[in-house]
Design a binder for this molecule. Sequence first.
Ligand code: GAR
Length: 207
Amino acid sequence: MLNITVLVSGGGTNLQAIIDGIENKTVTNTRIVSVISNNKGVKSLERAQKAGIPAECVSPKDYESREAFNEALLSKVNEYKPDLVVLAGFLVAIPKAMVEAYENRIINIHPSLIPSFCGVGYYGLKVHERALERGVKVTGATVHFVNEGMDEGPIIDQRAVYIEDNDTPEILQKRVMEQAEWIILPKAIDDIANGRLEVIDKRVIRK
Ligand code: GAR
């Protein structure tokens, strides 16, 4: 059984896709042991509670320094001894100590086809704003392992989504979620839980 901790910041629709995947058995061998948010009062915490999953907030606002917050976040994650940490719309840079402690055991969902529209400053709606500004015709989502770089870890899966003429950032965000994120994130977890993936030379190989 793969025990996962899901880190969230907001709406939690990706968290919901994982909860639903476990419920309807498209994600097997997996249990969500905890959900941790950096923001108080967000819908993702509500979704976790409704599903009977321990849900807590570790907010930077409650700590004097970034270092103190980073330490608190890592010890909260450690409390539940997860096999895998899933960043499902977690819009905070992952502390170096966490990346080291969970090498190849943290995955992230990003709303573009990496290496486009990623890295520092590219998160949430901003990613879609930039894609529309640039006028690309295809975008999508990427699920990847997290390393010390921002959106630079080994890529697990990607799915393309077409941009349409009348898209706004909000419309595009929703389509990327529906057609890509909510599919490839649960699938990646199922693949990891069932031992189908291996990282070799910074690349993910399907066994
Ligand atoms: C999702 O689109 C996710 O890909 C993105 O934030 C949104 C969270 O939505 N993550 C990033 O931009 C990470 N760089 P959700 O809370 O409804 O899952």
